[in-house]
Ligand binder design. Structure first.
Ligand code: GTP
Length: 562
């Protein structure tokens, strides 16, 4: 795998690992942010919903309590048959009716269990007495239950079948000076309006409900869950808030929060919160206890609606773009400063390995790779220089050896191989130029005797001297060589018959004369041949040899032409 592919795969692996890690961190972080934000919003929402409920109810409750303290009402309740007191009390009640927002009131007397009511339309003017409460009738059980419990104030959501209305009733007990319960007064708020104003606020993701002290649902957008007439139902039959949850743990948690807040009592501002599943979706539930009315306010926030995770997606996009840009810049830098210089360097190394020293341009980034390229360039230059020098020396030495292989070391004339090559060249040239040339074959007379008489060393000296005289005698463009032993050859180029004879004679006489001058006279026999174009080397040598043989045979120290 190439370095580039490796780096790219490593970077990709790291980015995937970083991406997965970041994604997990992102999930955790956003969950944590949403949860923290959700808890704060829940707390604010719970307080806000509580305040809204209380602000709508407090005035009504205050007015009902004020009515319960009305002396005329108390006097009438103590003597319900007194017509004067009744008129006075009803007059007072009618005054209060205008103050209540529902423009209605009710009063129920303990002594004769009579129930009086008038509404906003003043339908019952002069006929406020509606019916007598019956302890045997389930519809009237609320009255007897509240009286039995002796709770001075109570909120109750209940349909009044006789009046044909479902209302949120505010019930306040009326006591005489001795503290005995003598009546119950109050007003009712239209449940539909109330639900619309307080509970069904139509804000997506926010569900508000109210439950009484026992957790029974009192106000909720879905009427099926409202525990109407909760006061008269035994434990276990009430529609409590835990019905909203399917998970037993959520039910437990909600009831636990209610219990905890109940225990705290009237500590103001306490809000408990926790996650629960409602309709298969995760909600953050916030609960507060409202001691003034003895109810719980419960807010359910669907955080996926209020703060959907897609709100954070721009962050993810920014992160991914940043990651890709980083990868691009990283790869570009690595490519420019590492991969490309390394690739060019590798190419250059291959060229040097193959003996090519003309290097391409090597990029040298300001790093170790740049230094490596610089060192390599210098090294390649040195190798190139050394190789050239070596090749020069080898060529020179080869040339020397070549020359030496064709030179006779004793006489420094051409040896037999050198003469052979020259003869071949000459034959080719004669053929090419259709020109004659000459060949002289010399043999020292009685050389064996000289050797035998004076020794081999002396014989060598004689051979050297003969070579010297030969070189001095021939023309500059003729070639002389030692054929072997005491035999010499001269190639004359060009030559005619006369010149051949003249040069041969000059050689013979020079050797005779010069040697005589040294005190040791020598003579040579010469076989000469005038070579024609197209003749082979064998033919030429045979003719020259035959001529030499004749010269020897005819008494030596003479020239014969073949
Ligand atoms: N000193 C010396 N002697 C050599 C060398 N090469 C050959 N010889 C001798 O040269 C002699 C050649 O003798 P031949 O040419 O056969 O006979 P020759 O005595 O010259 O008689 P002719 O040629 O008939 O006149 C031999 O005795 C060889 O040993 C050499 O390099 N140095």
């Amino acid at each position: 795998m190439s370095l580039s592919t490796r780096i790219l795969s490593l970077a990709t692996t790291l980015i995937i690992a970083a991406g997965v890690g970041s994604w997990l961190a992102y999930q955790k972080l956003t969950d944590s942010i949403i949860e923290r934000w959700g808890r704060q919003v829940t707390e604010i929402q719970v307080r806000y919903d509580s305040a809204r409920l209380l602000s709508s109810l407090e005035r009504e409750i205050g007015l009902a309590k004020q009515l319960a303290r009305s002396p005329s009402l108390i006097q009438w309740a103590a003597q319900p048959d007194n017509q004067t007191l009744q008129n006075k009390a009803l007059h007072e009640l009618e005054n209060f009716r205008g103050g209540f927002s529902d423009k209605s009131y009710f009063v129920a007397l303990i002594e004769n269990r009579r129930y009086y009511f008038n509404n906003a339309q003043n339908d019952y003017a002069g006929e406020q007495f509606r019916y007598v409460l019956d302890p045997e009738k389930p519809d009237d059980a609320w009255f007897f239950q509240l009286v039995e419990e002796g709770r001075d104030f109570h909120l109750n959501v209940n349909p009044d079948t006789q009046l044909g209305v479902t209302k949120l009733w505010i019930d306040v007990l009326v006591r005489d000076a001795g503290g005995d319960i003598i009546a119950m007064v109050g007003t009712g708020l239209n449940l539909d309006n109330f639900l619309q104003d307080i509970v069904d606020i139509g804000q997506d993701g926010i569900t508000t409900l109210f439950a009484d002290y026992n957790g029974a649902i009192q106000l909720y957008r879905d009427r099926n869950y409202i525990d109407f007439g909760s006061i008269i139902k035994p434990e276990g039959q009430k529609k409590t808030v835990d019905l909203l949850f399917e998970d037993p743990q959520d039910k437990q948690q909600m009831l636990g929060m209610l219990a905890m807040l109940k225990k705290q009592g009237s500590a103001p501002g306490m809000v408990e919160s926790g996650f629960v599943m409602v309709d298969g979706k995760k909600h953050l539930a916030g609960v507060a206890y409202l001691p003034t009315i003895g109810w719980f306010e419960i807010t359910l926030l669907d955080l996926s609606v209020l703060l959907p995770k897609r709100e954070f997606w721009p962050l993810v996009v920014v992160f991914i773009v940043a990651l890709l840009v980083t990868l691009g810049v990283f790869y570009w830098v690595i490519q420019a400063r590492v991969l490309r210089p390394v690739a060019v360097l590798e190419h250059a190394v291959k060229r040097v390995r193959d003996g090519r020293y003309d290097l391409p341009y090597l990029p040298k980034p300001d790093n170790e790779i740049g230094q490596l390229a610089d060192h390599f360039e210098k090294m390649a230059e040195r190798v190139r220089h050394n190789t050239q020098e070596l090749e020069g020396r080898v060529a020179h030495r080869t040339e020397q050896l070549h020359r030496q292989a064709r030179i006779d070391p004793l006489t420094e004339l051409k040896n037999r191989r050198g003469l052979d090559e020259s003869l071949h060249d000459m034959i080719a040239r004669a053929e090419r130029e259709q020109q004659n040339f000459g060949l002289l074959w010399l043999d020292i007379d009685h050389f064996k005797t000289i050797n035998d008489k004076h020794g081999h060393q002396y014989g060598d000296d004689v051979l050297r001297r003969i070579a010297l005289w030969l070189r001095a005698t021939i023309r500059p463009y003729d070639q002389a060589g030692r054929w072997g032993g005491d035999e010499f050859v001269v190639i004359m180029d060009p030559s005619d018959q006369d010149t051949l004879k003249q040069v041969a004679e000059r050689i013979r006489s020079t050797i005779a004369t010069e040697s005589a001058a040294t005190g040791s006279p020598l003579s040579v026999s010469i076989g000469a041949y005038h070579c024609k174009p197209g003749e082979s080397i064998d033919t030429i040598l045979r003719h020259a040899d035959q001529a030499l043989y004749r010269a020897k045979g005819e008494g030596r120290n003479r020239i014969r032409i073949g």
